[in-house]
Design a protein around this ligand. Structure first.
Ligand code: HEC
Ligand code: HEC
Ligand code: HEC
Ligand code: HEC
Ligand code: HEC
Length: 149
């Protein structure tokens, strides 16, 4: 199946150098199916899809799991090497000066179990701001819970 016939928007991001998808094409010859491996969900959502369908505004039943990003030959590096990649990143500093390495976040505590690589690394959209991904839970601008209530 040629994904690009219907998904013209995502296909365009494979050729736009400012997009994560394009970086993956250039550096790893990535195809749609390299990242979109959840074939069970995909065949379900595509059951009645035809080339003349109007795309729904929001699609989000399928996601790309961290395990897919960390598959052999891709980002299959140790936790220490992941931390080293972002050792100098200071953008995750809260209003009290607590600084967090972005690559530490996914392994921090149970409250972070559902965070995906793609929450910070968009592939088909403009680059996400890592700090914006914290606000939905850390609503008070502080990287802690259970201190105020
Ligand atoms: C490098 C990995 C990667 C490649 C290559 C890739 N995708 Fe994606 N795709 C993702 C991730 C991660 C998401 C989750 C949302 C995001 O980051 O934009 C996603 C989301 C989507 C979505 C849902 C969009 C939405 O609004 O949520 C569609 C549809 C899609 N991709 C289609 C494609 C098609 C078609 C191709 C090939 C032309 C492709 N993708 C190539 C990683 C990839
Ligand atoms: C015949 C047109 C068509 C083709 C070809 C096609 N898609 Fe889709 N795709 C759709 C439509 C329509 C939807 C929205 C389905 C819905 O949510 O009702 C969709 C949804 C998706 C989603 C979002 C699923 C979700 O709801 O989370 C992904 C990811 C995706 N397609 C990837 C792909 C990939 C990868 C390929 C190639 C292997 C592909 N599509 C080929 C029409 C197509
Ligand atoms: C889905 C909700 C959620 C998101 C998103 C989230 N956090 Fe948290 N965070 C929590 C919860 C809940 C706790 C309290 C500890 C627990 O229950 O896991 C916490 C605690 C923390 C702590 C204290 C950890 C400890 O050892 O007590 C730090 C630091 C932190 N978060 C940083 C971040 C940063 C930085 C981001 C954004 C990149 C972020 N969190 C995004 C829910 C979240
Ligand atoms: C909380 C946000 C966050 C999460 C989650 C996250 N990253 Fe990152 N990552 C960053 C930031 C910030 C950088 C610094 C470079 C940048 O801004 O893109 C970075 C850098 C990287 C780099 C180096 C890019 C380069 O240009 O050298 C790679 C590779 C990477 N991340 C892969 C991953 C993978 C794989 C995962 C999931 C296992 C992941 N990241 C999860 C925020 C995050
Ligand atoms: C700096 C103080 C502070 C921190 C830290 C903080 N909160 Fe809050 N939170 C508040 C205040 C103030 C309110 C609104 C007061 C109220 O009605 O309880 C609130 C309200 C809430 C509510 C709504 C409660 C309700 O009954 O409507 C939730 C849910 C919540 N916080 C979750 C969290 C989580 C999860 C974290 C950590 C990720 C967190 N908060 C960290 C101060 C804080």
């Amino acid at each position: 199946m040629d994904c690009t016939t219907c998904h013209t928007e995502e296909a365009a991001t494979m050729e736009d150098g400012s997009m994560g998808a394009c970086v993956h094409v250039q550096e790893a010859q990535t195809e749609c199916s390299t990242c979109h491996v959840d074939s069970a969900t995909l065949s379900e959502v595509h059951q009645d899809a035809t080339a003349t369908d109007v795309m729904p505004k929001k699609l989000k039943e399928s996601s790309v799991e961290p395990a897919t990003c960390q598959a052999a030959g891709c980002h299959d590096v140790s936790a220490d090497d992941m931390l080293a990649l972002t050792a100098d990143v200071t953008e995750l500093t809260d209003s009290q000066g607590t600084q967090v390495n972005p690559h530490e976040v996914m392994g921090l505590t149970a409250g972070h179990a559902d965070i995906l690589c793609s929450d910070c690394h968009s592939m088909h959209k403009a680059k996400a701001n890592a700090a914006d991904t914290c606000v939905s839970c850390h609503h008070a601008g502080v990287y802690e819970c259970n201190t105020c209530h």
